[in-house]
Write a protein that binds this ligand. Structure first.
Ligand SMILES: Cc1cc2nc3c(=O)[nH]c(=O)nc-3n(C[C@H](O)[C@H](O)[C@H](O)COP(=O)(O)O)c2cc1C
Length: 399
């Protein structure tokens, strides 16, 4: 299948699966324990339909969205996905440049194999940095300093993995860094020549650029990875989080919060935005889906503090549903990762373009030409079946 033939995110997912050895594709797809949450995340959107309104001029549509004093091209941005460069060499730079072209933010993962300074230089106005706090606070402090010196726009800290997740699928596959080339894994890899050639041509396992300087001198890429594992996950209490917050002069977001009390605590600590997330189902299978907890978090947090969400977004309509439920902004993780794995930079562009097109199409269908005007009145749920739906702004009988 060619990129131009990919009509939706799921097509890109299938293309990515064909390109990657199973052990790596599973690493993107995997959840934890029984992997119920992956389905729950995606299914949570099905509980909401979008109510159509017709008879309006929707020829000009505006998906632009205000966030942190700036207007972004779309109501969505790209969530941090660690080790993207292992799935496709240079993926972080490709995703950052694709985000810049669409005028949306790209959050570079703290577990990336790219260099923070290098990726920021490729898209200076669009890169945010996601911090995986280190057990050694001096490392976290230094990374925050580097992010500031590099000109990172905003910082994000993830709090939803106090312990390393139990990813049974990856464990069963024998996924470890460096990849241990057991005969079964080697055979699988040889069936995916595009990936293995790229991997070998680039010299094998890539180094975690940001972490390299903190590992012992002369550490191999595998040793840098092992060093990262000794530092992360780090237990972060509100005291440590408040300390991190104090180091960063700009906007600082907290990711992974689901309880309204935690969201409020984060605001008290000085965080400027909340990303309601369950890490795309990759940390703990018993968690609620963010779409289920979003409304309560939105209700608890003062209006001026943006509440965002991710996990399970595969369609433009999912983005609008989340917005209508109160999300100020939405992030996608796997959707654009599939794109970049499937087709490099053009694939990243394709993923963003497919989602953006679906957003525009849906805005027209519901008679809401401005994404900024979306609210709960555009939603239709099971509880409304057979009764009069809410009336969003639009044509009223006799007008
Ligand atoms: C392969 C992969 C790596 C990820 N790495 C990180 C990470 O380093 N830090 C983080 O906060 N979230 C990470 N996430 C979670 C994403 O930021 C995001 O929360 C999640 O992908 C959203 O769900 P979705 O994939 O269903 O869109 C990762 C997700 C995937 C799929």
């Amino acid at each position: 299948m060619k990129l131009a033939d990919a009509l939706n995110v799921d097509d890109l997912r299938r293309m990515a699966r064909r390109r990657l050895p199973k052990i790596l594709y599973d690493c993107i797809e995997s959840g934890t324990e029984g992997e119920q949450l992956l389905t729950r995340n995606e299914r949570s959107f099905d509980r909401y339909r979008l109510m159509p309104r017709y008879g309006l001029d929707v020829s000009a549509r505006d998906a632009g969205t205000e966030l942190f004093g700036r207007r972004w091209g779309q109501p969505f941005g790209l969530a941090p996905t660690g080790f993207a460069g292992l799935f496709r060499r240079g993926a972080d730079g490709m995703l950052a440049r694709a985000a810049a072209r669409a005028d949306i933010p790209y959050v570079l993962s703290g577990a990336s194999v790219a260099d923070l300074e290098d990726v920021v230089a490729q898209a200076p106005a669009h890169v945010w940095y996601h911090l995986y706090a280190a057990k050694d606070v001096r490392i976290s402090e230094d990374i925050v300093r580097r992010a500031r010196d590099a000109g990172v726009q905003h910082l994000v800290v993830t709090v939803d993995n106090p312990v390393f997740p139990k990813r049974e699928r990856d464990m069963r596959n024998g996924f470890a860094l460096p990849l241990k080339l057991r005969p079964s894994i080697l055979a699988e890899m040889l069936l995916h020549p595009a990936w293995i050639l790229e991997y070998l041509r680039a010299g094998g396992l890539p180094t975690m650029g940001v972490w390299q300087r903190y590992a012992p001198a002369g550490a191999t890429p595998a040793e840098v990875g092992a060093f990262f594992r000794t530092q992360s996950p780090a237990i972060q209490t509100w005291r440590e989080l408040a300390h991190l917050r104090s180091l960063w002069p700009g906007k600082f977001l907290i990711k992974g919060v689901q309880h309204p009390d935690d969201a409020l605590r984060a605001v008290e600590c000085g965080f400027d935005g909340i990303i309601v997330s369950n890490h795309g189902g990759k940390v703990f299978d018993a968690l609620p889906s963010p779409l289920e907890t979003l409304p309560a978090v939105r209700a608890a947090v003062p209006r001026g503090i943006p509440v965002m969400m991710d996990s399970g977004v595969r369609r433009g309509t999912d983005i609008l549903v989340a917005r209508a439920l109160g999300a100020d902004f939405v992030f996608v993780g796997r959707a654009t990762l599939y794109g970049v794995v499937a087709g490099g930079e053009a694939g990243a562009d394709r993923a963003v373009a497919l989602l953006a097109d679906e957003v525009h199409r849906a805005l027209a269908m519901i008679g809401c030409p401005r994404a900024a005007d979306l609210d709960g009145r555009f939603l239709f749920t099971d509880s409304q079946v057979g009764s009069r739906p809410a009336t969003p702004p639009g044509p009223t009988p006799g007008s």
